[in-house]
Ligand binder design. Sequence first.
Ligand code: NI
Length: 171
Amino acid sequence: MALLEILTAPDPRLLAKAHPVEKVDSGIRKLMDSLLETLYYNDGVGLASTQVGISKRIVVIDLGERNGIPFKPLLMANPELQWFSVDTQITKEGCLSVPGFYENVIRSLEVRVSYTDENNQKQLLEARGLLADCLQHEIDHLNGVLFIEHLSALKRNLILNKLRKEIRKKR
Ligand code: NI
């Protein structure tokens, strides 16, 4: 396992569509483990491989303990939305690739997602609430879409300009 460096907006690599995983073999499992380690290190709830500059359709999610019940981390290859509800929810979202910004995003309240797990087994997951929101956010990443794309152009440009200023300061 290894800690991976997370790309931040406006890095153009975040806007690339990731390629499907053919088979979850030991190499892909190692990548999943490294993504999970990187997620924990950065205190996030979800991470997509596009965020570390790897163009493969892989997502890891861990919502942490909720109401005393531990969350079993989801290690997913080729996650795909099979169904989403017309009913929506508003969630204050953040993203490790858009550090420091939290904004309300409207997404489906419930989703059904197919994926291949860490043992190369096909799975179907039904989720609602926070997990449904997180799944939609991470699948967006694999299609090169950041959560700020769901905001108004005005808000999005304000955030991108601030992030650009931060990058210039670091140079
Ligand atoms: Ni994100």
